[in-house]
Design a protein around this ligand. Sequence first.
Ligand code: ZN
Length: 263
Amino acid sequence: MKGNTSITLLLTIVLVSSSLAGCFGDALDEVLPERYGTPGGLTLACLQSDTYQSMVIEIDHEADYAPQSSSLDMIVERLESVCDKPGGISIELDEVEFNHEGTWSADDVREKSRLTKDASATTDSTLRWQIIFPSGTYEDDSVLGVAVDASSVAMFGDSIENAGAPFGIRISAEDVENSVMVHEIGHLLGLVNLVYESEFEHEDENNEGHSNNDESVMYWAIESTDLANFISGSLPNEFDEYDLADLAGMADGSIKVTDQLWR
Ligand SMILES: [Zn+2]
């Protein structure tokens, strides 16, 4: 059971390990019966196929918060381009009720994700990642999406809806959702430097875990409503050449990968 006792315990752990800010939840694990790890902890499980031949992205959304079909198509396409999954990558879409009051913390996302997920991330030959789409906003309402552990992401539709507004008609909420979703999936893939050290200097020096290239979907401003101030032209929704080189290096073993949950 993941009741209030363990959540209280987790909160104390979070307080001492809050080095990753922004769109990451703070790191925690090891005290739960199932190990959930940190973003990037299932990177090799996706990039390689020796343990997991297929992959499911479970989407749990509240009524009126279903993602755009273009976002779903895009994350499958991006994952297929970098992950070795001969059994395929599919989406499972469920409408759920999270019964949550007030804003969302990283621990709220963890708790509600675990209560609604249909199956564990790593029990059989299928790797499962989960993205929840709740109503309401993150405790910092400039956050559009957050990756809270090795297999769990939340997307905040109310904030995404408003984030495109400063762009006027040039960038729609759909475009923002597309980019943020690929960005959070990128964190689950370990980008940037979450579970490895890139040979390229493309991690932003002021924004840990993010790219300094505004043409990468991993650019640091993608995570927040500040993006209007920092992005000129169209929003990136693709990994850049450095992101792709990092992923390829992890996949073929030429880059050392740490903190993997499953081996
Ligand atoms: Zn981010």
